[in-house]
Ligand binder design. Sequence first.
Ligand code: AMP
Ligand code: MG
Length: 401
Amino acid sequence: MAKMISVDEAQAILIKEAGRGERAEIELSEAHAHYLAEDARADRDFPPFDRAMVDGFALRTKDIAQVPADLAVIEDVPAGRAPQQAVGPGQATRIMTGAPVPQGADAVVMIEHTKPGGARVTVERSLEAEANIARRGSDRRQGATVIAAGMRIGPAETGVLASVGYAKVPVFRKPHIAILGSGDELVEPGAQPKPWQIRNSNSYQLLAQAASHGLSAEYLGVAPDEAQRTRRMVEEGLACDVLITTGGVSVGDKDFIGAAFADLGVEILFDKIAVKPGKPTAFGRRGGTLVFGLPGNPVAALTCFHLFVMTAVRARMGAAEPLPARWRVPLKGSRRAAGDRPTFVPARLEASETGLHAVPNEWHGSGDLCATVQAAGFVRQGAWQALADGDAVDFFPLTGA
Ligand code: AMP
Ligand code: MG
């Protein structure tokens, strides 16, 4: 296993191998950040009745062709009540926003354009027919698809699902993720490192990325550069749906992670991607468990979770579009050609009067984690490609669903 594959090839393998989480009907209040497993349909017309869009008086526009017009108020209909009487010539029904418009009426005049006087009302403005009425079924018809299978459920979709009666939502369950660090040089953030030690940042960065996608993840600790302990910790991680390790997979390194994978029967599907940072990214499976050996370099771990782990996770959750979001935006600044692999450069987004621009952060390579602070995503720079100010580039938003 030495062949270097492209980012596209790696993502295609991930989508193919990801499998599906368990199909389940979950509570609506838990549905956020899942993907719908089947089309959600309107269970009734939307709106379900001719709905008043303002507070005012339902009337016949014929009666207010000449204004001011004096009408008899026959009824009062708040939201949540059904009108009992049809509106006839010379009549009006006092009505509130969200209430059903009575038969006979063809418009609702805003209260601000009237002078109410108990049993009568003076209308001071004429109206076109249909004004301020949302007709039954004018938004969606009963049976229409309101959210297609494979779409992500965010706050708006949760509201739509509630409105069409999905107290339970069909989804594929989210994977449970295990995160394992590796390397004798690592200490935890609260510890004082010796001069030759560094703090473990990858594990916390990955936990935060998982959380930002609404995923549950657990931290297994740091495996030392020692075969038996590493093997035991990898084995523990293999009980989860997705195991992500960082470090210890570079060729020629003390490759304890790779050895543990082999020992524990992980089938490796690739272990090298033509990408910068992130070349020594490995992916394999054991049964239904997806296994990622991400590079130890912190920027590589950040980038590869976004480009590769999330692609597989979304595919597993039934996303219609598992690939990371990609926007075409103009570049601000320029960049010299960066080598023989496509490079994902941490970048900010700047909004100005001339529009949105991607602005690469100053960045010293895959160990320079501080260069990712306030990055909104990555600009893709092709192999041997120089970028000039104003060039259209692919921007991969870090927060993109
Ligand atoms: P490795 O892949 O183990 O050779 O590690 C590559 C580089 O990433 C080395 O400089 C490591 O010290 C660093 N590294 C590995 N794991 C972590 C981690 N969890 N947090 C921060 N840096 C790490
Ligand atoms: Mg290491």
